[in-house]
Design a protein around this ligand. Structure first.
Ligand SMILES: C[S@@+](CC[C@H](N)C(=O)[O-])C[C@H]1O[C@@H](n2cnc3c(N)ncnc32)[C@H](O)[C@@H]1O
Length: 299
């Protein structure tokens, strides 16, 4: 059963949160933050993770990184940026984790999971390998796992799910598989009963995915911008949803080009609801409803 490990917010954390609120509500900033600081940070995160930060994110960036200045003891944003430029590896990880956007949910864009079922049925292959390339806190790979269990009528379906993300915090949450109950309130009671355990005692109000489901997924860190990916083909499906939206078109194209040889010729690539790859028609053909096939597949 779920182990109690809940902590209450410390005084220091409350002070930090109040400082963030003060910033967001236009109060005096604790650290000077100039447009030049913002631009330098935007350049660093873009070079490293592909994430484009528009100036509209100015306050969000201040709020998230002011915490890092407090933690590192840097007196100014210029000092903090110098720390990153000196390649402080630990800080780079936290810096990136601080600037990602991790919004996700179980069965988000639900039609994709119905299409995945049809796709796997049609392929009828002994073991399907599916890559979830921006897995965030795990709801997406667990939704894929539940879909496969439902399809095969077994908690041990013949699938291997590779769940990756650049953000190590969200990966740890995904790996743990613990969620607050409100995250599953839209799931049918049957799915909840089959795939989740309810927390008790100090864990009341939380649920945890069943270990059988966790066993189907391998979580690991992968930056889509890095030249060497640990994921190998052939894959029956790639989920790359709601992450390309943060990248510019040339970056999207480079990543899509690298997807092609990993995906089986008759495989499917699932994108996010507002993502469109009309600039990469030589690589992927739009099948509708943000599902893509390899352009060379004849599908
Ligand atoms: C908005 S979430 C999308 C989650 C999920 N795919 C969905 O659609 O619900 C975007 C995720 O992309 C990840 N991400 C951002 N840049 C990345 C990169 N360069 N490589 C891998 N993942 C990245 C973020 O950490 C975040 O968890």
């Amino acid at each position: 059963m779920i182990q109690p490990n809940r902590t209450t917010a410390s005084a220091a954390e409350i002070t930090r949160q109040l400082a963030d609120v003060k910033t967001l509500t236009g109060g005096t900033r604790e650290f000077a933050f100039t447009r030049d600081d913002f631009d330098r940070i935007a350049k660093l995160i873009h070079q490293h993770a592909g994430i484009s930060l528009s100036p509209i994110k100015f306050d969000m960036v201040y709020s998230r990184l002011a915490r890092r200045l407090r933690a590192t003891g840097d007196a100014t944003f210029a000092d903090y940026i110098r720390r990153l430029e000196r390649n402080d590896h630990t800080e780079w990880e936290t810096f990136v984790n601080s600037l990602t956007t991790n919004l996700t949910s179980f069965f988000r864009e639900a039609h994709h999971f119905d299409l995945l079922k049809d796709h796997l049925t049609r392929l009828g292959k002994p073991t399907a390998r599916i890559w979830c390339s921006a897995a965030s806190t795990g709801e997406e790979p667990y939704s894929i796992a539940m879909t496969c269990c439902e399809l095969y009528g077994s908690m041990m379906p013949p699938v291997e799910i590779i769940a990756t993300d650049i953000d190590t915090n969200v990966l740890a949450q995904g790996q743990a598989g613990v969620y607050s109950e409100d995250r599953i309130e839209k799931l049918s009671p049957e799915l909840v009963r089959k795939y989740f355990l309810r927390g008790t005692g100090s864990r009341a109000g939380d649920v945890r995915v069943r270990p059988e489901l966790q066993k189907l997924i391998r979580f690991s860190r992968l930056n889509l911008l890095e030249p060497n990916w640990s994921v190998r083909g052939p894959l029956e499906a790639i989920f790359c949803r709601n992450v390309m939206i943060y990248f510019d078109k040339p970056t999207q194209y480079t990543i899509l080009k690298r997807f092609v040889p990993l995906l089986r010729p008759d495989g499917l690539m699932f994108a996010g609801h507002s993502e469109s790859f009309s600039h990469a028609v030589d690589l992927f053909r739009n099948l509708g409803r943000t599902v893509y096939a390899r352009a060379d597949s004849g599908r």
